[in-house]
Every structure is written in C-alpha cells, then in structure tokens.
Design a protein around this ligand. Sequence first.
Ligand code: ADP
Ligand code: MG
Length: 266
Amino acid sequence: MRIIAIANQKGGCGKTTTSVNLAVAFARRGYRVLIVDIDPQAHATLGLGCNPEELDISIYEPLTNTQTPISKAVRRTYISGVSLVPSNILLSGAEIELAALFRRECVLRQQLAELDDIYDVCFIDCSPSLGILTLNALVASGEVLIPVQAHYYALEGLKQLLETINIVKERFNRDLEILGVLLTFVEGRTLLSRDVQRQLRDFFGELVFNTVIHRNVRLAEAPSAGESVITYDETSRGAIEYMQLAEEVSDGKTKKRTTQESLIDF
Ligand code: ADP
Ligand code: MG
C-alpha cells in the first residue's frame, strides 16, 4: 500500500480538498483507496458524507489504544472503492494522551501495517499543526504531498515543514520522500499566481506538480453537500484538475491488486 500524507501546517491551503478529491480520483482510476482523517476538525470525514458525532469508533481509539486495531475504525463511504478512517473532536485530546505512549510517533505506522495488503493507496489528511498527529502521519507515510496556496507569503512556513520532514527522515522514517508540491487557489493568469509559481519552481524545481488547482467555486460547495467535487460536478474545473493530478501522481507508481483481496469487508 502506497501511503501519502497531505501536509502543511498552514490551515486553509487545500489539504482536505486535495485528500478527498485525490482519493475519489484514484478510485475512479480503479484503485482501492483508504482515507485516514487525522485532523480533529474532521473535515475530510464530513466531506465524505460521514457525521463525526455519530461514530462508535474513529481514528482516536486505534491511536490512543494500540489494543484497538485500526480495521475496526474503517468504514465504507458512498463512493465505491473509497474507505475512510474517520476522525472526530475526541482526537483533539490525543496529543496529550499520546505523549504518554511508548514510541508514540510510530502508532499510526504500526496500525496501518495491518491494512497493507487491502488497499492500493492511503491518503492521510493532516491537521494544521506540526504536532504529534502530523508526526504520526509522516512517520507512517512513504511520501508527502504539500499543498501550497498561491499568495505572496506562500513560502513562509514551508521551511518549518521541510525541517520537520528532515527530522522524521533522520530519526524515524528514512524512506519518506516529498512526492510533490501542489499549487492551489490559483487565480487565472494573474501576475501573483505566476510569481508564486516561479518562486515555488525556483525553490522546489521538479517537485512542483505540472497540475495546478485553480480557485473554483464548486470545490468550495461540494463539502457542504458531503461530497467530493468529482461526484458533485464532474465537469467542473476543480474535478478535472484533481483527476489530472491523480494521473500525474499515480503514473507508474501505484500498484493495483490483481487478487480479490479487495472484497475483504470491514
Ligand atoms: P485545509 O484542509 O488545508 O485547511 P481545505 O481543503 O479545507 O484546506 O480548504 C479550505 C477551504 O477552501 C474549504 O472551504 C474548501 O472547500 C475551500 N477550497 C479548497 N480549495 C479550493 C479551491 N481550489 N477553490 C475554491 N475553494 C477551495
Ligand atoms: Mg483540512
């Protein structure tokens, strides 16, 4: 299973939108997809039509009690091929509870090992912090995708994120790679957008995805309907761009299962 963390400690840069829509786009391409919502705000959970307040079990239990297998928290979504480990507000207490656990950075990694053969790809929607939850996501992942909102201070804060990624690589997860940097909220052909793109390309070079995500009202509307933009309005620019991104991200890198393991049902 390929595991991709969607991370940036800045809020509102498109992490959840990218997690949900990439997941759905991958499912459309025939992959078996898992989304892990590790943000106490539970926006990915809500965005996939699941009410965080009605959950018997969420990511909270397997993270804070290693006796609870993560498979117990997996649920199907209304989208064929996409399963979800939901989050809820309980998770906001997990930072403190995790602090007492042995190898607290590695809990999610150990939990996800159980699902390795069941999904082709897993997206982890991170919270806007660089605390223990995001650390767990980075330690569990093979790759990290960084959404960056197109504005003048786009590069601000990225240094801290890159330092965190380096620390994770040195101490916990040598294999972690930056999959790419995704420019979001791009406004037409404005000078600002072009400037920010140039800055990002100067800094990250080839790591910046060719696909950029433009500001698109459908992307903002879809979550309130509890939907991905791809199911909400397949013809919208947002849907088309996330499908394009899935093509760029999946090319040659994601293995599809040929067996019927996908029929395993939690
Ligand atoms: P994060 O998870 O990083 O906090 P979100 O993905 O939740 O960011 O995006 C923040 C808000 O902006 C949400 O309301 C979302 O629906 C909206 N949004 C995200 N991407 C776009 C876009 N390209 N165009 C318009 N609205 C967007
Ligand atoms: Mg979010």
